[in-house]
Ligand binder design. Structure first.
Ligand SMILES: *[C@@H]1O[C@H](CO)[C@@H](O)[C@H](O)[C@H]1NC(C)=O
Ligand SMILES: *[C@@H]1O[C@H](CO)[C@@H](O)[C@H](O)[C@H]1NC(C)=O
Ligand SMILES: *[C@@H]1O[C@H](CO)[C@@H](O)[C@H](O)[C@H]1NC(C)=O
Length: 380
């Protein structure tokens, strides 16, 4: 099973317990804190006092010190807390995100009929932030719709970036056992084709990404020629740069190793047929203690069974490499530098290892490009 060996996305690694989730949230909150206007009083300290001092001294005015500094403070405060007009304002939802539906969310954030979707639970908020920064570097973040698996994630995203997260009930329970290979994990990942189908039926194209990916370039120029579905191979074996763009031949399990981690789907009958086939395969390949499956084998069987009815396009490996290739072969990585578009931090298990690996490869944008995060109050 490639995905367990690969230890794919956050979806595919081991989901941590509630404590880890709470601490991840706390870490992210504190890393975003300096940009939060509401925390201004705490931030005022040194920089603002120096600013006031310079103003006061340069004007040579000593008498109205008190009122003067107060108005400077207000000027600073105003400039840093100008409320952003959420583009969901027309929905009149206020902060009642719990009743925000997928059609409303899709309508609010889609750009040119396209949505960029990921799924996130609380332990992976930092990875979400990293992924969003990589989208923001390409100026594509505005079309991002985050499917929150729990209410903490829903509220966290929507209070900072109104309208960009939606929760499709039922929410994940904290006590759910979501380790890779568990039944809860299967249940969770099994929902993916259902909401992708719903988005297609609403008429949008959708780019789905696991949240342990980063963009190094804009992928949209690859989604051309109006195919139904664009897929990537999860194999690490190097292919010639002019490899075929057809569905590859089955591997040793009798099926292909296409990643369900990164999909571009157009709202065509072919793409919808594939989603329905995926849902059916999942129903027929239920999790059991002796068959600890997840969503990916079912996706590959669906590709197999709909072959000829769905126009699939295998994206170039050099642009969309698996983590088993990108992170494990430095020679290849250097030879193909500047050709990489979306990199997947899989073939490693656990969020600490994923984070360390991103950091070692200068892909932990949370630290180097924090100013671009749409999850800081000035972002979006
Ligand atoms: C997973 O789904 C099945 C079938 O709907 C259900 O019986 C089971 O309780 C669920 N298990 C978990 C851990 O969510
Ligand atoms: C579908 O899977 C079967 C069994 O592994 C295989 O023989 C067949 O070639 C596959 N079809 C396609 C189109 O990949
Ligand atoms: C790593 O990449 C180089 C250059 O593309 C290739 O020649 C070599 O076989 C690869 N190594 C492995 C272990 O795949």
């Amino acid at each position: 099973m490639v995905r367990s060996a690969a230890g794919g996305g956050p979806g595919h690694g081991t989901l941590q317990g509630h404590d880890a989730a709470a601490s991840a949230l706390a870490r992210l909150s504190s890393s975003l804190k300096p940009q939060l206007g509401t925390r201004l009083p705490a931030v005022l300290s040194v920089r603002v006092l120096l600013f006031i001092l310079v103003v006061v001294l340069s004007l040579g005015v000593l008498v109205p010190i008190v009122s003067r500094s107060r108005s400077d403070l207000n000027a600073v405060r105003t400039s840093q807390t100008v409320p952003r007009l959420p583009h969901t304002a027309n929905l009149h939802l206020g902060t009642n995100w719990r009743r925000y539906s997928l059609p409303q969310a899709a309508q609010a954030v889609a750009s040119d009929g396209v949505l960029i979707v990921c799924t996130v639970s609380q332990p992976y908020l930092e990875f979400l932030n990293n992924w969003l920064i990589s989208l923001a570097r390409q100026n594509r973040h505005q079309a991002a719709l985050i499917i929150a698996e729990d209410y903490a994630t829903l509220d966290f995203v929507n209070t900072r970036w109104p309208g960009h997260a939606v929760l499709i009930p039922p929410a994940l329970h904290e006590e759910s056992n979501l380790r890779f290979g568990s039944q809860g994990f299967f249940n969770l990942t099994s929902r993916r084709p259902q909401y992708l189908l719903e988005i297609l039926e609403l008429g949008y194209s959708v780019l789905y990404n696991d949240v342990d990916m980063v963009w190094l370039a804009d992928p949209f120029s690859y989604f051309k020629n109006k195919r139904d579905v664009y897929i990537t191979d999860d194999m690490a074996m190097i292919k010639p740069e002019d490899h075929s763009h057809a569905l590859p031949p089955p591997g040793k399990n009798g099926r292909t190793y296409i990643c369900s981690c990164m999909l571009y789907l157009r709202p065509t009958e072919g793409a919808k047929l594939l989603m329905r086939a995926w849902i059916k395969e999942l129903q027929e390949r239920q999790w059991s203690p002796s068959h600890k499956t997840n969503d990916q084998p079912a996706f590959n069987w669906a590709l197999n069974k709909t072959a000829g009815q769905v126009d699939v396009y295998l994206l170039p490996q050099v642009a969309f490499p698996s983590g088993g290739l990108y992170f494990k072969n430095e020679t290849w990585r250097q030879e193909t530098a500047n050709k990489h578009v979306i990199v997947h931090n899989n073939y490693v298990v656990g969020s600490e290892k994923k984070l360390k690996r991103f950091r070692n490869h200068n892909l932990w944008f949370v630290e180097v490009d924090a100013g671009l995060s749409p999850l800081s109050e000035k972002g979006g």
